[in-house]
Design a protein around this ligand. Structure first.
Ligand SMILES: [Fe+2]
Length: 569
C-alpha cells in the first residue's frame, strides 16, 4: 500500500509511505529554493512519486494534514504586517474579532471547499483523499514516530492549527485519547512569534534567533519583564491539564500592541530573555502539572513550539519527566508524517515504522557526482580529486583547519543538516566561526553553531543523565568540562550544545569521517552547520552543491567520493 502524507500549510512537505515504511520525505522549499515554502508541495510530490517509481494513480490514500487550511501571505511584508495590524487598523481588529465568532467557521468552510477543489484539479481523487486534524497529526507524529508502545503522555504545542494551540492526550494501545485542548487565542507560540516580529525578525522563521539571543540578556531586568509577561497566564494549579490566559490578558492571536507597550524601553536582549523565560516557565509548569494529573512520566512532544531546543532541555530536566521523546523537526513539516501514519494505522491496524535516521530525500549518487565533477575538469576555477578514501581525505583537511562542505547520499528531511548536506569544521578552533560566517553563512553575531558527536564520545561532551537519544539536533544539553574541545560548536555564553549524536547504524559514512577525525585529534566531534547560502534552503542536488561552492567563499566540497577544490583568485 502506498500512502502520500501531505502538509500544505507552513513549510509544505510530502511523505511517501510504502507498506508502513517511509520511502521518501521532502520539503517543497528544496524544490522551489524558497525557504520554508508554504502551500501545496506540488514539486515535492512529483519528485517523490518519480523516485518511488509510481504515479498519482498508484497512491492508495492521500493523507492531508489539517482540516482548516491556513491563508498564506503573498509576501514577507504582508506576513509581518498581519501581526502588527491585528491591533492597529480597524480592518485588523475586525478580523481578530471575527476569528472568535461563528463567522470564522464559515470562512474556514469556504477555504476548505476551495482547497478540496484545488486538490482535485491537481489530480488527487476525492475518494482517496482524507483530511486529518492538525494537532492529531502532531500527536500521531509523536506517538507513532517514537516507536514506544507503553502508556505515554502526548503534548502538542504550536502557534495554531485547526483552531487550537495545544493538546494533551494519553497514548494507550497505539491510540491517542485527547484529554484537553488549548484554544489558539491562548497560544504561547503565537505570543513568542509576535515577540519575534516586535524584534524586527521574520515570523515563523526567526524564533530560533530570539532563543539564541536570550542567554545574553538574562538577569534581573529580564526576570522582571518575564514576571510581567507571566501575569498574562492564569496560575497553573497542580493537576491542571491546560494552562489558561489570564482574564486581563490580551488574546495572543492579536497581542502586538500590548506586547509592544509592555516591552517598551526594554533592551532587545532583555526582551528575548524574558520571552524565552516566559515560554520555558509556562511549558515547565504546564507539563509538570499534566504529569501529576495523569501519573504518566513518559512524555512525547510535537508541534512548532518544541523547535525551541532550550525549552526542551528545561523539560527534560523536570523531575517528573522520566523519559522524553521530541519529534525531529517538529514544526508543521512533520505533520505529513503524522497524516500518513494515521492513514496507515486506520487501514492496517499495525503500527508503521517509527522515525529513523531521516535521510529520506533525493540522493546524490556516485554516478551523478562523477558526472558533475567531470564537467568541472575544464574549468580552471576548480581542481577535482578522487581520493582513495574520501572520509580520510576530508578528515585531513579538517585537521588543517579547512572548512569542508559534505554532500553525500540522500538528503536529510527537516530543518537540520545531519551530515549529508553539511558544512564541517574543527570545533576546537574558535576562528572557524568567523571564517564560516565570512565565507557563506552571514549568521547574526549572537547565533551559535551546532556539533555532530560520535555516539561513542557523547559522554565526553554532554551532560545527559536521563540518557535521552539525540540524533536530530532537537534538544540542547549542558557541556562537560571538555567543552573547549567543541567550543566553536556550542553556545558561547551558556555553554549548551545542540548535538547530533551520530551512530554507525544511522550514517556509516559520516560516522567513519568522525572516527577519522578522532584518530587524528582525539576529538570525537565536528562543528556541523547546514550547507546553504544565508537565507536559502539546504542545498539539495550535486549541481546546487557546486553552484554554492562557486558563489560562496568556500574552498572545499566533498561531493560523494570526489573532492572539489576551488582555487583562490
Ligand atoms: Fe502546527
Amino acid at each position: 500500500m502506498l500512502i502520500a502524507g501531505i502538509n500544505d500549510g507552513h513549510n509544505g512537505s510530502v511523505v511517501l509511505l510504502r507498506d508502513g515504511r517511509v520511502v521518501f520525505a521532502w520539503q517543497e522549499e528544496r524544490a522551489t529554493r524558497v525557504k520554508n515554502q508554504p502551500g501545496f508541495p506540488r514539486e515535492a510530490l512529483r519528485r517523490g512519486l518519480l523516485e518511488a517509481g509510481a504515479g498519482l494513480g498508484d497512491v492508495d490514500i492521500f493523507a492531508v494534514a489539517s482540516t482548516r487550511p491556513i491563508s498564506i501571505p503573498a509576501t514577507l511584508e504582508e506576513n509581518v504586517r498581519g501581526y502588527v495590524m491585528r491591533n492597529r487598523s480597524l480592518r485588523g481588529r475586525l478580523r481578530a474579532f471575527l476569528r472568535e465568532t461563528p463567522v470564522a467557521g464559515w470562512v474556514y468552510g469556504y477555504r476548505q471547499a476551495a482547497r478540496e477543489k484545488a486538490l482535485v484539479d491537481l489530480g488527487l481523487p476525492p475518494d482517496r483523499t482524507a483530511y486529518f486534524d492538525h494537532h492529531l497529526c502532531h500527536g500521531a507524529a509523536a506517538l507513532l514516530g517514537s516507536g514506544l508502545s507503553d502508556r505515554a503522555l502526548v503534548i502538542t504545542c504550536d502557534g495554531a492549527g485547526d483552531g487550537l494551540a495545544g493538546t494533551v492526550s494519553v497514548a494507550e494501545g497505539g491510540r491517542l485519547r485527547r484529554l484537553a485542548a488549548i484554544p489558539e487565542k491562548d497560544s504561547i507560540g503565537l505570543l513568542y512569534t509576535t515577540a519575534t516580529v516586535l524584534m524586527g525578525m521574520t515570523p515563523n522563521e526567526h524564533e530560533y534567533k530570539v532563543m539564541g539571543l536570550a542567554p545574553y540578556g538574562s538577569g534581573p531586568a529580564a526576570e522582571g519583564l518575564a514576571a510581567d509577561l507571566r501575569r498574562w497566564i492564569a496560575p497553573i494549579h497542580p493537576g491542571d491539564l491546560v494552562y489558561r490566559r489570564a482574564h486581563a490578558a490580551p488574546p495572543f492571536t492579536a497581542c502586538y500592541e500590548p506586547l509592544r507597550a509592555l516591552t517598551e524601553l526594554h533592551r532587545f536582549d532583555h526582551i528575548a530573555a524574558a520571552v524565552q523565560a516566559f515560554l520555558e516557565g509556562v511549558l515547565a509548569d504546564w507539563i509538570s502539572s499534566c504529569v501529576e494529573a495523569t501519573g504518566i512520566r513518559t512524555v512525547l512532544l510535537a508541534g512548532g513550539v518544541f523547535m525551541n531546543v532550550k525549552a526542551n532541555q528545561r523539560l527534560l530536566e523536570l523531575p517528573g519527566v522520566e523519559r522524553l521523546f521530541i519529534v525531529p523537526s517538529c514544526g508543521d513539516e512533520t505533520n505529513a508524517f503524522g497524516a500518513a501514519w494515521l492513514a496507515h494505522a486506520a487501514r492496517e491496524g499495525a503500527p508503521p515504522e517509527p522515525f529513523g535516521p531521516l535521510y529520506l530525500g533525493p540522493g546524490v549518487g556516485d554516478e551523478e557526482a562523477r558526472k558533475i565533477s567531470r564537467a568541472l575538469d575544464g574549468d580552471d576555477r576548480f581542481q577535482v580529486f578522487e581520493p582513495a578514501d574520501i572520509e580520510e581525505a576530508v578528515a585531513d583537511l579538517l585537521v588543517r583547519g579547512e572548512v569542508v562542505a559534505r554532500v553525500s547520499g540522500r538528503e536529510e528531511f527537516g530543518a537540520r543538516a545531519l551530515g549529508n548536506r553539511s558544512l564541517l569544521a574543527d570545533p576546537a578552533s574558535p576562528g572557524v566561526v568567523r571564517e564560516i560566517n565570512a565565507a557563506i553563512k552571514c549568521r547574526d553575531f549572537w547565533m551559535p553553531f551546532a556539533c555532530s558527536v560520535l555516539e561513542e564520545c557523547a559522554g565526553d561532551y554532554l551532560e545527559n543523565p536521563k540518557g535521552m537519544r539525540a540524533p536530530w539536533m532537537i534538544i540542547t544539553f549542558d557541556c562537560t568540562s571538555r567543552w573547549p574541545e567543541i567550543q566553536a560548536g556550542i553556545h558561547p555564553h551558556d555553554r549548551t550544545v545542540r548535538p547530533q549524536i551520530v551512530s554507525r547504524a544511522d550514517n556509516p559514512g559520516f560516522h567513519r569521517l568522525l572516527e577519522a577525525f578522532r584518530r587524528r585529534t582525539g576529538r570525537g566531534a565536528l562543528l556541523n552547520t547546514s550547507y546553504n547560502i544565508h537565507g536559502e534552503p539546504l542545498v539539495s542536488s550535486a549541481g546546487e552543491a557546486v553552484d554554492v561552492l562557486g558563489r560562496s567563499g568556500l574552498r572545499w566540497l566533498a561531493l560523494g567520493p570526489f573532492l572539489i577544490h576551488k582555487r583562490s583568485r
